[in-house]
Ligand binder design. Structure first.
Ligand SMILES: Cc1ncc(COP(=O)(O)O)c(C=O)c1O
Length: 361
């Protein structure tokens, strides 16, 4: 069956014609020597957007998160993050490998933890048998939690508690612009709460690659050194940084369309009887709890593929994820509302938990 609709991830978004033209026209120089005017312009723009003094352009958001952890800690320290956070689940143990960190997970339903959880997780200061808890990571939107948005007041309470406990704070804002557009909160209002911030350009913002780390001048001097050490210092990188500037000019407000498409998809699937929690859908992710249809994630993915629809595994076992982005149209969504329930045969299967479902990762 030909794939008609690919809803696996917003990382699949393709650079548009306008973006490609901006890339072709970019003025470039040697980025390692700080001679690429387009990279410098993007970094200045991002620092302002994220409420920080400086920003450093990087190839990926993974590198940004890992550099952040490295410059905020010493080997043997401990980092706290939510159990489904990208930095814990999908970065190959990077905190341990690159920075020698112990990792302690905070468990939640939707990625959003409380100040009490942070307080309860911090090792006693001065205890010679425990690694000093040094960093708290917050992910907004929270990918594993289903694209959830941290309410600004709640986030401020959690960060204030972390600071009171002497922690450094990092924001994995790979999809921070989704959070900003969904909640009507300027990205800088989130960003300035943190020591370091990651922003990814190659997801909903539609760039072929690129991310930024932002923070104070002193921290960004260190980040630039780590960028080189990690092998991320580039040459005529303005050719891709131009896509980033184009994205910030053209692709931010339109994220609201992706959110509306996700909502429409979720409502359509729920009406067709699929186990979709409408409250979860705050941005561009829709989670389908296929275990409640008696299916494993692998079975469900295979059935969907046979109908021409691609979904991906979510962080939780036997939950699938549909993600909207600029290349997913309202027509795709309407078709998906027909095809997904047909593939999963929602109406004629018993709703019960699968017993021995394999973990998808
Ligand atoms: C929340 C979050 N942080 C970081 C990343 C890493 O992004 P990249 O693939 O650019 O390294 C991702 C990728 O999906 C993500 O979802």
């Amino acid at each position: 069956m030909e794939v008609m609709i690919d809803l696996r991830s917003d990382t699949l978004s393709q650079p548009s014609a306008g973006m490609r033209k901006a890339m072709a026209d970019a003025v470039v120089g040697d980025e390692q020597k700080r001679e690429d005017p387009t990279v410098i312009a993007l970094e200045e723009r991002a620092a302002e957007l994220l409420g920080q003094e400086e920003a450093v352009y990087l190839p990926t958001a993974t590198m940004s998160n890992q550099i952040a952890l490295r410059i905020l800690s010493e080997p043997g320290d401990e980092v706290l993050a939510e159990a489904m956070a990208h930095v814990f689940l999908y970065e190959l143990g990077g905190p341990a490998v690159h920075s020698g960190l112990a990792m302690k997970a905070l468990h939640t339903e939707n990625g959003i933890f409380t100040a009490e959880q942070v307080r309860g997780a911090v090792n006693p200061p001065g205890d010679l048998h425990a690694s000093p808890t040094r960093i708290l990571c917050v992910e907004n939107t929270h990918n594993g939690g289903g694209g959830r948005v941290w309410p600004l007041d709640h986030l401020r309470t959690v960060v204030a508690e972390a600071r009171r406990l002497g922690l450094n704070v990092h924001l994995d804002g790979a999809r921070l612009m989704n959070a900003s557009v969904a909640g009507g909160v300027p990205a800088g209002d989130y960003g300035r709460e943190f020591d370091t911030v990651t922003l990814c350009l190659s997801k909903g913002l539609g760039c072929p690659l690129g991310a930024l780390i932002a923070g104070s001048h002193d921290r960004m001097v260190k980040a630039r050194r780590m960028k080189h050490l990690f092998g991320g210092a580039m040459r005529q990188a303005g050719i891709v940084a131009a896509a980033g500037i184009y994205a910030l000019d053209n692709n931010v407000e339109r994220l609201a369309e992706d959110h509306a498409n996700a909502r429409r998809l979720a409502e359509g699937l729920a009406e067709a009887g699929l186990p979709v929690d409408l409250e979860q859908v705050e941005t561009n992710f829709v989670l389908v709890d296929v275990a409640r249809l008696g299916l494993t994630a692998d079975e469900a993915v295979a059935r969907l593929r046979a109908e021409g629809v691609l979904l991906s595994y979510a962080a939780r076992t036997d939950v699938l994820r549909a993600v909207t982005h600029m290349d997913v149209s309202t027509e795709h969504v309407e078709l998906a509302i027909e095809l997904i329930p047909r593939a999963l045969a929602a109406t004629d299967r018993p709703v019960e938990l699968a017993g021995d479902a394999p973990t998808p990762y």
